[in-house]
Design a protein around this ligand. Sequence first.
Ligand code: PLP
Length: 404
Amino acid sequence: MNFDAFFNEKLEGLKKEGRYRVFMDLERHAGQFPRATRHVDGQQKPVTVWCSNDYLSMGQHPAVMAAMHEAIDRCGAGAGGTRNISGTNHYHVLLEAELADLHGKEAALLFNSGYMSNWTTLSTLATGLPNALVLSDAGNHASMIEGIRHSKAERIIFKHNDMADLESHLKIHSGKRPIIIVFESVYSMDGDFGKLAEIVTLAEKYGALTYLDEVHGVGLYGKRGGGLAEKLGLMHRIDVIEGTLAKAFGVVGGYITGSAALIDYVRSFASGFIFSSSLPPAVAAGAIAAIKHLKVSQMEREALFARVSAVRAGLERMGIPHMPNPSHIVPVRVGDAAKCKWISDYLLDHDGIYIQPINYPTVARGTERLRITPQPCHSEEDIAHLLKSLNALWQQCALARAVA
Ligand code: PLP
């Protein structure tokens, strides 16, 4: 077989569809977020980033950076091994305690990413629990879907946020086998909320285990940044709360929190935890600083939501269609991969505004969009510039109007 010919043919297919992924080569500027330098064709161009998931700009927070510098000086660069073989650094232990406290749980376990925490935990639980059934929301992230698939346990995908559909499956299977309900708090592409209270109530009624992905909620919702479940007073009624350190906490890594027994079980049986070298101590130190800060400071959350309101109000004024939702995510739906990329390229080249086009498989075909994520570090001038650019584009460009 001519392997490269095969790969190239597949890549050509992506290009024809307009969803070939081009990564932006960025150098972010600490202390000046959302400014970055874009490296392109040997040149350096300034950009303002409007699509980062560093939602609270904690990646440049002085306390986070100082903690990371200090940890490097104390412990060096890497952790030196898997958690079992010399790779448990004291910063990991402190961070797990911090996370357990954040979510009001007995214990926490760190992974190298949110993706790995979902994949590994769900595959381990659904494989281990005898004859388990997984009920998974149709909007769930790829990391959960893949973890569930890997377990080979039976899975039923219930309609997104549809409690009648969920209950119909619970009714049939409860009492006969262990059931895990898997769902998210903030669905990151539409920005809508999961029906946490309703799901938890059903889980209690039918004796199911609840697994909540708070990746887009932690740091952002709740008085201490414990996520949407904290805001709704539901943390104690959810069995597993999973999160990331890579978005509102500004660093990288993933985790689960839950009962001491469940966490110890995953720690002891999960291949994706056991056989992977642990996070660098400095990353854990940075995460601790970010979490501690956001447990007490409301400033970042307040600033973020003020920016979100300003962007939304501007879009409304200008008649630029955006998907309504209660969260911090502002999706502007375009509905066509090639057009979405064209608009994104135009904003970048003409106005130095970087908003990555979001295409299949991240979202369903026909729902391609620009996903705007305001941050506390966006100034009033940045917002005015964004709105002016979008408005000019929408006014001048019949294509953009039509796709809107
Ligand atoms: N869960 C959800 C809902 C996500 O959107 C993502 C990533 O964007 C992840 C998990 C993976 O988290 P991480 O980026 O830390 O791997």
